[in-house]
Design a binder for this molecule. Structure first.
Ligand SMILES: [Zn+2]
Length: 487
């Protein structure tokens, strides 16, 4: 017994030693910032005024069936050419898919390096009818108030379009000429899936044999107060985005009068099918990407938490249990399951012959559309229920977290924003980037704005606005990135 105790205790001491050594390897403040080099200080108020004007052009994506507002989309193209004359003097511009804009800034030594592409979108989501009066500033006013520019599109995604053009205009004005080709790729229907915009742009570039080293789009950014336990801004550089599939469950039962029901009706069969998938969610997994993410953050955590984060081989189950509680974090660790619509029956005393449920899944890069369907069929295990795919798209491939593009984004972020934490991340929603997977080696998603928890609700919601300092910071960031990667 005594010997056994000694062995157990000895084992424990060894275990603690291993954990401490591993923790030490990651270390505190492992991501100490580099000294901030000098960079252009942009006039935030001037940028804000130009963004305000762009917001007033109501480039709303209403639905796939609706015709885009030609005046608004034509207006924004016209506005950009007037507001950024220096950029327009050096870049070639084409209109693709009627309203999308493709700019090419030809490189002086273009054959030496593959081109890069900056993706953004010109369209915005509608303002929900009846909520217009809840806005502090009218949603299409582009008003400047309280240090921010207000209106639909301020964050998603006109702020990015404007910051990119500011940087290009400034660089062109100074006589900068990129060594490699730089593309600006502005789609006009991202909020509807991007088929007519980004999809058409990709076909257009493909036909010309354009192959990009990497692209940069929206889809993540600098998170402040969003990652639990970390106060510094965390630059979440997204290397992939989730896919999506909508499944339609149709349950069939015997019709007739409700006074003589079979043991099961279409409604109860369907209810059981829905529970079969929600009661068996996809397991959360700490794969290599999540481990890299947690290790990046661990350096900023107090020792006790760092001890846990750097020893996931042992503490994994504990960490997963903790992460489960936060919807945002949990969503990045597995394929999510969300029943969104349920329908069946028309009269209280008639047995419905069928009932239908719609379940939307957001697919983690390790799963596929087919696999999600197959798993649902297996879990439901009832041939009275049919499961059909009602639209879907595969998750994007993973881009390199050590390639040229990733490193340039990371280094530029440290240079402009100083003391920040860098971590690879996964985008949970769809972006135009996925269309570019075919013609680019890597696709990154990162907007150089500092986002706070409150910003996340404003995107697609009420009171969307962007801080003027974010606009000035982003313009400087894009300029620095272009200098770094195309000099
Ligand atoms: Zn967007």
């Amino acid at each position: 017994m005594k010997n056994f105790l000694i062995i157990v205790l000895g084992g424990l001491v060894a275990l603690v030693l291993v954990m401490v050594v591993r923790t030490g390897l990651i270390g505190g403040g492992s991501q100490t910032a580099v000294t901030r080099p000098s960079f252009t200080v942009y006039d935030g108020d001037a940028i804000a005024a130009r963004l305000g004007a762009a917001i007033q052009l109501q480039t709303v994506s209403k639905s796939l069936e609706a015709t885009p507002d030609a005046q608004a989309f034509g207006g924004i193209a016209q506005f950009l050419s007037e507001a950024y004359p220096a950029a327009h003097a050096v870049m070639e511009r084409e209109v693709v898919g009627d309203y999308s804009l493709v700019y090419k800034w030809p490189g002086t030594n273009a054959s030496a390096q593959k081109p890069i592409g900056f993706i953004a979108h010109l369209d915005v989501v509608p303002v929900e009818t009846g909520t217009e009066d809840e806005w502090v500033q009218p949603p299409f006013s582009g008003a400047i108030h309280d240090g921010s520019v207000w209106g639909r599109g301020a964050l998603d995604n006109k702020g990015q379009v404007i910051a990119l053009m500011e940087a290009a205009d400034h660089l062109a004005g100074e006589g900068f000429a990129p060594a490699r080709d730089i593309y600006f790729l502005f789609g006009h229907d991202e909020e509807l899936g991007g088929d007519k915009g980004a999809g058409a742009i990709v076909n257009h570039l493909k036909a010309r044999g354009v192959n990009l080293a990497w692209t940069l789009d929206e889809g993540s950014g600098l998170a402040q107060g969003i990652v639990p336990g970390i106060e510094k801004p965390v630059a979440l550089i997204s290397t992939a985005e989730k896919g999506s599939v909508t499944l339609r469950f149709t349950a069939r039962g015997q019709g007739g009068h409700s006074s003589t029901p079979a043991p099961d009706t279409a409604v109860s069969i369907l209810a059981r099918a829905v529970l079969a998938v929600t009661d068996n969610p996809y397991p959360l997994r700490l794969d290599g990407n999540v481990v890299a993410f947690l290790h990046a953050l661990a350096g900023e955590m107090p020792f006790s938490r760092r001890l846990i984060m750097t020893n996931l081989w042992l503490t994994g189950p504990l960490v997963k249990n903790q992460l489960k509680g936060d919807a945002l974090t949990a969503a990045s660790l597995h394929t999510t399951t969300a029943p969104t619509i349920i329908r069946g029956g028309e009269k209280s005393n008639i047995l419905p012959q069928q009932a239908v449920a719609i379940v939307n899944y957001r697919i983690h890069p390790r799963d596929t559309v087919e696999a999600v369907r197959d798993r649902a069929v297996k879990l439901i295990n009832d041939d009275r229920v049919t499961v059909e795919i009602a639209g879907g798209r595969e998750p994007s491939p993973r881009s390199s977290a050590s390639g040229e593009g990733y490193l340039a984004i990371a280094e530029t972020s440290k240079a402009i924003y100083g003391d920040i934490v860098l971590a690879p991340a996964l985008t949970l929603q769809g972006t135009d980037s996925r269309h570019y997977a075919d013609i680019a080696d890597d696709n990154y998603r990162f907007t150089p704005f500092i986002y706070t928890p409150d910003d996340l609700q404003r995107i697609h919601g009420t009171d969307e606005r962007v801080k003027i300092e974010n606009l000035a910071g982003a313009a400087a960031w894009y300029e620095a990135l272009m200098r770094r990667t195309a000099s």
